[in-house]
Design a protein around this ligand. Structure first.
Ligand code: PMP
Length: 422
């Protein structure tokens, strides 16, 4: 049997259990923006896998650093102990983060980075003796699939079985062009002294369909929430580390978050790591001789030294002149390709922030996940050696920064070839 057949016998994958789902493609290795499968096919990874591989696959610099760390210290309990990669990473992250983020809390992935931020927010109010219990989030948000993260995500058919177990959240529309005033009015109406936090994906709502909005209106929403005392949680799990053109999407803002969530590109897509950051004001509410004021949250693999080392290596690459130039190059090319896309009648709502380019396919009202158009698009591009995984009828690109001009041209050409068939 092939690897794919052996997989089907023993593995339960996320999101792919449709009876009709084809066997998973077995990837043997990756290099730069390209993945190589068991049968000799190549795929340009135009979405950085699950939006994580900033520097492409199997980057030799990250590999070497992690290998060295593996031979030195692979893991150690992070209660009562610390180690160099964790300290160095925190020291390097804090000065480049927006606002006055003062402390780094390590966890394992994006969902737990969000989970931790929510726990910090709720417990902050508890610890200072003014309990606040409500959260406001954006419609169609995605913050992960643990229970807290699901609770603050937009409700969908996927979360339906869990709704009875999720805490109540109030939603406002994402402030996309044309809905700014509605979002502002709704937030204003919802805010009072019971709101613990306002959580949002700054500028781009990823899994909700690469929904994009402008910094000015987010600043206004943040001001309103702050005036009501609510803590501001910026989920930069997807937008962090250059995706929107600047290092963090929050760098486009005047207002700054109290808590930030990072993951995905944090390690350049090599190791699972999550980070929640907070201001001193929040941290200090947990400093007490009352042991029940401590944050009850710690994973076995928190601050894993290999993952922290991978993040340090990825950060070196991200901050390099070469990568910064690549981010600009991809953004410029996306902008030019947007003009081309405007020539297709099936392409609607073209939107771009930096290296993220998205548009809606107007395919006769078929807008749900797992619909025909999604499969047609996915398979058409895969057959031509391009990995893009549409979100319903939303097609998007989010390539690794190392993608070459030739590879990017090839991806654009295949998207145009697809559009010509629709
Ligand atoms: N927040 C955002 C904005 C995300 O895009 C995601 C993942 N798509 C998550 C949180 C959850 O991250 P993870 O899948 O690593 O748990």
């Amino acid at each position: 049997p092939t690897l794919s057949e052996r997989d089907r016998a023993v593995i339960w994958h996320p999101f792919t259990q449709m009876q009709t789902a084809p066997l998973p493609i077995s990837i043997l290795r990756g290099e730069g923006a390209v993945l190589y499968d068991e049968t000799g096919n190549e795929y340009i990874d135009a979405i950085s896998s699950w939006w994580v591989n900033l520097h492409g696959h199997a980057h030799p610099y990250i590999a070497e650093r992690v290998a060295q760390q593996l031979r030195t210290l692979e893991h150690v309990i992070f209660a009562g102990f610390t180690h160099k990669p964790a300290v160095e990473l925190a020291e390097r992250l804090l000065p480049i983060l927006p606002g006055n983020q003062a402390k780094i809390f390590y966890s394992d992935n994006g969902s737990t980075a969000v989970e931790v931020a929510l726990k910090m927010a709720f417990q902050y109010w508890h610890n200072i003796g003014q309990p606040r219990t409500r959260v406001i989030a954006l419609e169609d948000a995605y913050h992960g699939d643990t229970f807290g993260a699901m609770a603050v995500g937009g409700r969908s058919a996927f979360t339906a079985p869990f709704v009875p177990f999720l805490f109540d959240v109030d939603y406002i529309p994402a402030p996309v062009p044309g809905r700014e005033d509605e979002a502002l009015a709704k937030l204003e109406a919802l805010l009072d002294e019971t709101v613990a936090a306002f959580i949002f994906e700054p500028l781009v709502q990823g899994a909700g369909g690469m929904v994009m909005y402008q910094p000015g209106v987010l600043d206004k929403l943040m001001q309103l929430a702050r005036n009501a005392g609510a803590l501001l949680i910026a989920d930069e799990v997807m937008t962090g580390f250059g995706r929107t053109g600047r290092l963090f999407a929050s760098h486009y803002l005047t207002e700054q978050p109290d808590l930030m969530c990072l993951s995905k590109g944090l390690t350049g897509g090599t190791m699972a790591l999550g980070v929640t950051t907070c201001t001193n004001a929040i941290y200090e509410a947990f400093l007490s001789d009352d042991k029940f004021k401590t944050l009850f949250h710690g994973h076995s693999f928190t601050a894993n030294p290999l993952a922290c080392t991978a993040a340090l290596a990825s950060l070196d690459l991200t901050l390099s002149e070469e990568t910064q130039a690549n981010i600009q190059r991809i953004a410029d090319r996306h902008e030019r390709f947007s003009q081309v896309l405007q020539g297709y009648s099936t392409v609607k709502a073209i939107r771009q922030h930096g290296t993220i380019l998205a548009f809606d396919l107007d395919a006769g009202g078929q807008t749900s996940y797992f619909n025909n158009i999604r499969d047609v698009v996915y398979n058409f591009l895969l057959d031509r050696g391009v990995l893009m995984r549409p979100l319903g009828n939303v097609l998007y690109m989010l390539p690794p920064y190392c993608i070459t001009d030739e590879q990017l041209t090839y991806v654009y050409e295949q998207v145009e070839a697809l559009l010509k068939t629709l």
